[in-house]
Design a binder for this molecule. Structure first.
Ligand code: DC
Length: 287
């Protein structure tokens, strides 16, 4: 499997901005899964298809082509060859995308597309269900959140920059309605994965959040390099040592000696490099 970083969380938590920034800095391909739902929504509007017209939606899904591309450093979204990057952020799409994303055939179809988009690449993928459903084995899972009030405040600011006047009350009601719909839907609801790291950005600025996520990714990448393909006896001793530590086992000294010995054996028999041996000793034994 390629290296996957999953960034999930509610609307307005800053996932889009953070994902783009972090992806650029650490060299990961950015996949905005929300954009795929927005494209289907736009296609339904263009073809005058209603939410309950399942057969028509099915045919539409079979015929449309969605593409996410990077052009001159900018993330672009194409629907059937047309650049719809701006259109998919307009009000008519905003108003309909949450209900569209609750339709089972839409989710099933986009799940396959999203997995395909990541094939053979190292990616940072932003959405609601990436760590729980799309890539449950993602190497890094972040759940990025902030209070509804803070997210509404940010939305008002963003809109102001775009020349759109929104009241705080309006924005707050919108954020709360989207949270409710995204987390209460039956299909792949918005939910923090058990093994995700939660970052609450209410009191943080963008660069603080980005820095924290980059630290987590870099750490995981190092682990990936040094802890992949270890000889099975060494992996066994690492697992035993970790279990022993968790249960505060009285035989921990013995596990320590065994692990120390097997790291040395693996190194002296050229099964691991010197850097790997040092990394493992430092991580498990001498920290
Ligand atoms: O992140 P966004 O605002 O562009 O997402 C638009 C909608 O798509 C949002 O209401 C929830 C839905 N969505 C989803 O259900 N699953 C995803 N992985 C991404 C987005």
């Amino acid at each position: 499997m390629s290296f996957v970083v999953a960034i999930d969380g509610p609307a307005g938590a800053g996932k889009g901005t953070i994902t783009e920034l972090v992806g650029k800095q650490v060299g990961l391909v950015n996949i905005d899964t929300g954009a795929t739902f927005r494209c289907v929504t736009l296609a339904m509007i263009k073809n005058k298809i209603k939410l309950e017209e399942e057969e028509k939606i099915k045919d539409l899904l079979a015929s449309i082509h969605i593409d996410l591309k990077k052009e001159e450093g900018e993330e672009k979204v194409y629907l059937d060859g047309e650049d719809v990057t701006k259109q998919i952020r307009e009000k008519q799409v905003n108003d309909l995308v949450s209900p569209v994303s609750t339709i089972k055939i839409v989710r099933d179809n986009l799940l396959l597309l999203q997995r395909k988009m990541a094939e053979g690449k190292d990616v940072i993928m932003e959405g609601r269900d990436i760590g729980t459903t799309v890539f449950p084995d993602a190497q890094v899972k972040i759940y990025l959140t902030a209070t509804a009030e803070e997210r509404a405040r940010r939305r008002v600011e963003q809109n102001k920059e775009k020349g759109i006047e929104t009241t705080y009350e309006e924005a707050l009601a919108n954020v709360k309605a989207r949270d409710k719909m995204d987390s209460e839907r039956k299909q792949a609801p918005l939910k923090q994965a058990e093994d995700a790291i939660c970052i609450d950005s209410t009191q943080m600025n963008i660069s603080e959040v980005a820095r924290e996520i980059i630290k987590i990714i870099e750490q995981k990448r190092i682990e990936n390099v040094y802890e992949v393909g270890l000889p099975s006896y060494l992996q066994h001793d690492i697992d035993q040592f970790i279990e022993g530590k968790k249960s505060n086992s009285s035989v921990l000294d013995c596990y320590f000696d065994e692990l120390y010995g097997s790291i040395n054996s693996a190194y002296y028999s050229d099964e691991i490099t010197e850097d790997q041996a040092n990394y493992l000793r430092h991580k498990y034994l001498f920290k």
